[in-house]
Structure formats: C-alpha cells, structure tokens
Design a protein around this ligand. Structure first.
Ligand code: ADQ
Length: 425
C-alpha cells in the first residue's frame, strides 16, 4: 500500500522523453487532466511511451509519476492490437472493420493487470482512483479485487457503441465485468451512457462532457495573425483543420467537399490549412488514411493552386500551443468533420480562440461536441452535400452564434468537468 490519496490511471503518462529530459506531451487526455492533478497534488500511473526503459517513479512539474513499463509484445498486442485495432474501430461504429484476435486479448488482460497492480501499490488507504479510457476497462474490476477500500471512477473518452455493435466483441462479458468494479462510469454524451445502460443497469453512470483548459488557448496577437494570413497570400477565407491523422476524423471528406466547391465555382480566393499530427503509423488503416489525404491534397493543389500559392497548406507534424493559437485565431472557418468522435477538443479550442464573435465552426453531428456547440454549422460527413452546404453557410457567419458558443466553453471548462465527475464519485 502507498500513500497517494488521489490517483489518475491512464494508458500514457503525461510526458514524453525528448533526448535526456521530459516534456509535457500533447493530446486530448493530457490537456484535460494535467491542470486538475497539479491543483490536487496526486499521482499519475501510466506508460512512459517507450518500450525500452525500466523506470522508477519520479516527479515532473509538481506531479508524481508512476511508470508502468511495457515491452514490445505488450505494445503490439495490447496497444496497437486490442486497443487500437479492436476496440477503437468497434467503439467508433465500425468505420473500419475491427479485428478480433485471441492473442491480443490475452495481452490486453496482462497489461491491465500490470496497471492494476501498480495502482494498488501506489494508492493509500481509502484513496480515490480515476481510471481513464478504453485501454484500461479491466482495471476497475482487477483493482476492486486487490483493494476493496478504494473508490474507483472510470471515464470513457471515446463513444460507447450501440449494443448491436458491442455484442460483436468475443470478450464482451469480460469487459462489462471489468467495468463493474467501478463506483461510477462517466461518458461524453447521454447517447453513450444510454447505449451502455441497455447492456447493464447495475453500475452507476453519468454523462460528463469533457472540455478544455480555456486559459491554455493562447491569445494570438494581431501581428501574428497578420503575418500568418500574409504568408497564406491574404485570401478572403482561411479554412483550418487540426487533427490526429486518424480515419475517424473525416479529413479526406472535408478536402473532397472543398474540392467540389472549387470545381463548381462556389468558393474562390481561399486557403486551406490542414495540420495533422502523425498517429499510430504502424497500423495499416492509418497509413492508408494518410496516403488518401496526401493524394487529395496533391490533386487539389495541382488542379487549383498557383506557383507559390497552393490551395491546401499541409503540415504533418505537431505544432506548438502558441502557434496553434495563432492558426485558430487566424482561421475564418474551422473544419471539424469526424465520422464519430467522443468529444473533439479542437472544436472547443477554436471557439475559445474567438471571443469577439468572428469565425465560424463547421462541425460534424457525430462529434460529441455537437451536443453543446449546437450553434455551429452542423453537417453530416457521410453526406458530402451537407458538408459543402455547411462550408458555404460558414462563409457568411452570424457572430451571435460564435459568441454564444464562446460563452458556453469559457463557463464549462475542464476544471469544471473534473469537479463534476469527482463530486459525483
Ligand atoms: P483525440 O482523438 O486525440 O482525443 P481531440 O479531442 O480533438 O482528439 O484532441 C486532440 C488534441 O491534440 C487537441 O488538444 C489538439 O489541440 C491537439 N492537436 C491535434 N493536432 C495537433 C497538431 N497538429 N499540433 C498540435 N496539437 C495538436 C480523444 C477522443 C476525443 C476526446 C478526447 C478527450 O478521441 O473525442 O475529445 O480524447 O476526451
């Protein structure tokens, strides 16, 4: 038994090793939880992100970190396999076909056991443990067996599918029994919660839409916005996409919509900026998505670009928070078009960067964010006509809509999300 009174357990530690030191790593979960942990002073249990190091617990930026070390077989079976090639596509409504493999499942069980044991060791008497996301659905049940004194919460960051889909999973009973170790399970949307409750009503559940650390969205200066727009050739409309390169995000669909609008003469004098962080690149579907996106970008630039003035500006790298803030502030239209998304923090970050009512958000109905940001220009990414109509409408936006969404996001930030969940727990 340890002495920590509050523990976050997540697949990844909130840091990356860069050379011989650590840096806070980017991503939805980290953005969401780091501020909460700092203010409560707890510990974070997670994988350090590489399979080589055997690490001891250490302190970083006022948070104590408890590493769970994974070897290459764990990484391939638990992370790339069961988490991201079985559960990820299944929970995102089969955008690609999930693969069901016994050896991946066995790794998933073994790695969840590692997390549960490390957590049981670090937790003080009657501590509160908050387990995060689809990679660790067995941890609550295992932890309950090891430590009956703990209060255990779980938050699912991605959607929970309809029972008809979930029931495909050969290990569906084991997953439900793992989750039944929880005192409370939180979901992003009521539809996720309802889907889960159709399977079992024995566990307490709630809906807690995650949000952003609104203060972290850097206020961009006028001059940085001007410099950026100049470098894009001062077009009438700047359109922006910011995503992990993932097939759930509908990056190709938004490019195809723009291409058709250019072809039809419905849009002109535009620049599109697509920032896409590399993601899960050893998985075939991810490589295919990248290839399709890059082909479309090349084709669109070939058809509609000029020398020195492409239509689509594409960065396949992460960008710093402060540059990202300038992109958000400079963009007239933000394109968020996932086929399915638990929440989508990018949509909220964009809204936070537009305090004065300028800008327009084109948002998929299938993003969790669409529930709260219902003043966006909503679209159905499975219907290109609907994406095109939303983009055209967004070229002449109503400032009242952005103002209303801005006020909502500023009020409902990630601190409030965490407070709401932990109070309910
Ligand atoms: P993600 O699928 O990673 O998260 P999202 O919520 O959009 O999706 O978060 C991505 C984060 O990464 C954002 O904070 C964004 O700023 C950052 N980011 C993306 N591209 C970047 C780039 N090129 N450079 C720098 N930063 C970049 C999962 C779920 C979501 C859910 C979150 C949190 O899939 O639905 O909203 O968890 O619960």
């Amino acid at each position: 038994m340890g002495s920590n009174e509050f523990l976050v357990v997540a697949n990844r530690l909130p840091v990356d090793k860069v050379g011989d030191h650590y840096e806070v790593s980017p991503g939805g979960l980290v953005a969401a939880l780091a501020p909460v942990l700092r203010s409560r002073g707890g510990c974070w249990v997670g994988w350090p992100g590489n399979t080589s190091a055997e690490l001891e617990p250490f302190e970083f930026n006022g948070i104590s970190l408890v590493p769970v070390c994974l070897d290459q077989d764990d990484f391939e079976g638990f992370y790339e396999g069961f988490s991201n090639s079985t559960l990820w596509p299944l929970y995102h409504d089969l955008i690609v076909t999930p693969e069901y493999r016994q050896e991946w499942w066995e790794r998933y069980v073994a790695v969840n056991e590692k997390f549960a044991r490390a957590t049981a060791k670090a937790a003080g008497k009657n501590a509160t443990v908050w387990v995060q996301d689809y990679q660790l659905q067995l941890v609550p049940g295992m932890l309950r067996e090891l430590r009956s004194d703990l209060t255990i919460g779980f938050f699912l960051h991605i959607p929970f599918p309809a029972p008809a889909l979930f029931q495909q999973l050969p290990w569906r009973d084991e997953i439900l029994s793992g989750l039944s170790g929880c005192d409370l399970i939180g979901f992003q949307r009521t539809t996720d919660e309802e889907n889960f409750r159709l399977l079992t009503t024995d566990i307490r559940t709630g809906t807690f839409p995650i949000s952003i650390d609104a203060d972290e969205v850097q206020a961009a200066t006028e001059s940085s916005i001007r410099t950026l727009r100049n470098s894009l050739g001062n077009p009438k409309h700047v359109l922006l996409g910011v995503d992990r390169m993932d097939y759930t995000k509908g990056i190709l669909q938004r490019l195809l919509a723009v291409e058709e609008l250019l072809e039809e003469g419905e849009l002109d004098d535009i620049a599109v900026v697509q920032l896409a962080t590399p993601s899960r690149e050893r998985i075939e579907h991810y490589r295919k998505t990248r290839t399709e996106v890059e082909q479309a970008i090349g084709r669109i630039n070939g058809r509609f670009g000029q020398v020195g003035r492409p239509v689509v500006h594409y960065i396949h790298r992460g960008v710093s928070k402060d540059k990202l803030g300038t992109f958000y502030a400079a963009a007239d239209i933000m394109l968020v078009t996932p086929f399915k998304d638990g929440m989508n923090l990018v949509a909220k970050e964009y809204v936070a960067a537009h305090p004065n009512g300028d800008g327009a958000l084109v948002l998929s109905e299938f993003a969790g964010a669409a529930v709260e940001l219902n003043q966006a220009y909503l679209c159905n990414p499975f219907d290109l006509g609907s994406v095109k109509a939303a983009i055209v409408a967004a070229t002449n936006p109503d400032p009242a809509r952005m103002r209303a969404m801005h006020d909502w996001v500023m009020e409902h930030d990630v601190t409030r999300w965490a407070q709401d969940f932990l109070e309910a727990l």
